[in-house]
Design a protein around this ligand. Structure first.
Ligand code: GLV
Ligand code: GLV
Length: 338
């Protein structure tokens, strides 16, 4: 890079870059060293003067934060596929590029969705507890025809809400379970139809599915989309799984649905407030499996996400449009490059 100063990069978490040397070669990089995220004030003071920022979904990149980092800030490379934590309009207005990590986490998230579906349907967590707590031994029988009965998944109806990359990957796995697949989204997806999935209204999807799984981004339209009205339409034997965003479900309504038996169970990886309060009433219910937002949490995927973050930063550095630019309108405000 000769003697021209490297752009400054602030990374809000330790991220598993396969080649951190490469990052250091291209950027004057600072990494937030703590496990906890920086507060708003810490983010602003530590990132001040940086032209590039790598963020996670827990960093609230509001307009206040973006404006506090001007005039230096040029690009926010989000280490996630979702970007509802970033004020996109504000970024675009100020010519700040925002990128995400789509595609590379699709299969891991679809796998984890299936882990939750099967865990809820077959009561895996309750079963584990049954063994460890001694309840199995004190039950008086090693095997019983009615012990821990669950929902059979094979051949049942799966309802997929949100049919982008992850929804489609969940559908592909459902073929192995010989499921009838229903889907809903703001538009039809030929990829879903090719898998034999049938496009239905949201209401029909909730009414007819044995398993409902959510794969929509968080937007004003999807906020609290799964409300009491839809939950009451579900079969009493059905289960609901959410690996998308917590605010898509009205959690108070879901709590009542689980408690009062409108539905049979739920598997959640995301919550309206994260971390979920361990005293939240939903944590007291046996028919819900709870995970701490780990949909993309595999060694392989987290490394690929880091690679994609670096590819975006590198393209921008070379004056090229980053490969997974989110706010594509920004190119009209300012060309890429530091
Ligand atoms: C995780 O939730 C992501 O958006 O990547
Ligand atoms: C995310 O990768 C999606 O579009 O489903």
């Amino acid at each position: 890079m000769g003697s021209s100063p490297k752009p400054r990069l602030f990374v809000t978490r330790e991220i598993p870059f396969t080649s951190f040397d490469k990052v250091k070669e291209l950027f004057d990089v600072t990494v937030w060293p703590e496990y906890r995220p920086p507060t708003k004030e810490e983010l602003i003071s530590r990132a001040k003067g940086s032209q590039a920022l790598v963020t996670t979904l827990e960093d609230k990149v509001t307009c206040e934060v973006i404006e506090a980092l001007l005039p230096d800030l040029r690009i926010i490379a989000q280490y996630a596929v979702g970007f509802d934590n970033v004020d996109l309009d504000c970024a675009t207005r100020h010519g700040v590029y925002v990128t995400n990590t789509p595609g590379v986490l699709t299969e891991a998230t679809a796998d984890f969705t299936w882990a939750l579906i099967l865990a809820v349907a077959r009561r895996v967590v309750e079963a584990d507890q049954f063994v460890r707590s001694g309840a199995w031994r004190s039950s008086g029988a090693a095997w019983h025809p009615t012990m821990l009965l669950g929902l059979e998944i094979y051949g049942k109806t799966l309802g997929i809400v949100g049919s982008g990359r992850i929804g489609q990957a969940v559908a592909r796995r459902a073929k192995g379970f010989n499921m009838r697949i229903l889907y809903n989204d703001v538009r039809r997806y030929p990829e879903m139809e090719e898998l034999g999935a049938q496009y239905v209204s949201l209401e029909d999807l909730f009414r007819e599915s044995d398993v409902v799984t959510l794969h929509v981004p968080l937007t004003p339209e999807t906020t609290n989309m799964v409300n009491e009205r839809l939950l009451r339409m579900m079969k009493r034997t059905a289960i609901l799984v959410n690996t998308a965003r917590g605010k898509v479900i009205d959690i108070d309504a879901l709590y009542r649905a689980l408690k009062e038996g409108w539905i049979a169970g739920a598997g959640l990886d995301v919550y309206p407030q994260e971390p979920l309060d361990p005293n939240h009433p939903i944590t007291k219910l046996p028919n819900v499996v709870l995970a701490p937002h780990i949909g993309s949490a595999t060694h392989e995927t987290r490394a690929r996400m880091a690679e994609l973050v670096l590819q975006n930063l590198e393209a921008f550095l070379r004056g090229q449009e980053p490969p997974t630019l989110v706010n594509t309108g920004v190119v009209k405000v300012r060309p890429p490059g530091f």
